[in-house]
Design a protein around this ligand. Sequence first.
Ligand code: UT7
Length: 335
Amino acid sequence: MHHSWISGIGSAHPKGIVTNEELAKKIAQHGAETNDQWIRERTGICERRISSLKEDERNSSLGLRASLEAMEMANIQPQDIDLILYATCSPDTLVPSTACWLQKKLGALQAGALDLNAACSGFVYGLHLADQMIKTGAHKTILVIGGEVLSPYLNWGDRTSSILFGDGAGAAVVQRTHSDQSSRLFSTHVGSDGNLWDLFYIPAGGSNQEVTPEVYERQEHKMKMKGREIFKVACNTLATYAKKAIESNEFSVEDVDWIVPHQANLRIIENVAKKLNVPMDKVIVNVDRFGNTSAATVPTAFAEAVKTGKIKRGDLVLFDVFGAGLTYGSALLRW
Ligand code: UT7
C-alpha cells in the first residue's frame, strides 16, 4: 500500500483589510451595533480580508494563487496534477464547480476536478479523500484546496455572525511518498451530525427554498448561526478528534509539535488547548488577522507557519476542525 505526504503548501487572501472599527461602521449602516472591544474580547479577531468580488479575488482566483505557491514548493507542473479536490461552501458558481474554474486557470487539463462541501471542515475532508485515493493507487498527485469567499453570504445586520468571517484560500499538493521518507500523513478522521443542521445554515438558494423577492427581503439567502450552541459542540468535538488522531497512531499529546486548529474564535482555540493540556505556544493562530475563513483556515494558517519557518520539515502536526453540518475532523502528519 502507498502512503501520502504533503509536498507543497500555499495560501492567498484578498488585498482589502477590514478592521473591527470599519466593520462596526458597516454593521451600523445595517441597523446593528458592535465595537472593536467586544469583537476582540469575545473572538480574538482584530481584522479580516474581504474580497472585492472582482475577477482576481473570486474564490478560484484565490485558489489559483495558493495552488501556484504550493506547486512551486512541491516542484510540480500543472500537467502533473491528476485530481483537483476543492473544498468550499461558497463556490464561484454552483455549476460548474470551483475546481473546474481553477483547473481552467491553472491549465491542469489532465486532472479530474470536483468540489466538496463540508463547510469549515472541508480541507481535512479533502485530505481524507486524497489520502485514500493515493493509498489505493488511483491517483498520484492531488491538489487539495480549502477556499472561501463567504462575504456575499453574510448578513451585515446580524452582528453575531458577520463579525466572524473573512475570505481566503489555502492549497496543498498531496503526493505518493518516496520509499524511506519520514514526511507522511499518518491518519485522517472525519465525522458529522446532520441533526445539528440548524446551528449554522443558509436557508434559501437551494432546493429547500428558492430566492424569491420575499426571501430576499427577509435576508434568508444569507447565513444564520447559533453561535453559543456551536461554541459548546466545537470545544468538545475538537478535543475528541484531536485525541482520536493522536491515540490511533500511538503518539502522546507531548509528541505533537504543532496543532493547527480551525480558526473560528480564539476562545474556542484556547479552550481546546486547555482541554488537551497543550500550551498555546504550540498552537498556530491566525484568526486575529484573517477571521474565520471556513475551509481555508487550516491550510492558510499552516502555510503561513511553514513560510515563516515556525513549522519545520520533520515536525509532527495535528489539524483539527469543525464546521456547519455539523462536520468534524482531524489529520495527523509528519511535515
Ligand atoms: O466555523 C464555525 C462558525 N461559527 C462558530 O464557530 C461560532 C462559535 N461561536 C462564537 O464564536 C461565539 O458564540 C460568538 C462570537 C458568535 C458570540 O460570542 P458569545 O460570547 O457566545 O456571545 P453571546 O452570543 O452569548 O452574546 C453575549 C452578549 C449578548 O448580549 P446580552 O444578551 O448578554 O445583553 C449579545 O446580544 O453579547 C451580545 N452580542 C454582541 N455585542 C456586541 C452578540 N454579538 C455582539 C456583537 N457586538 N457583535
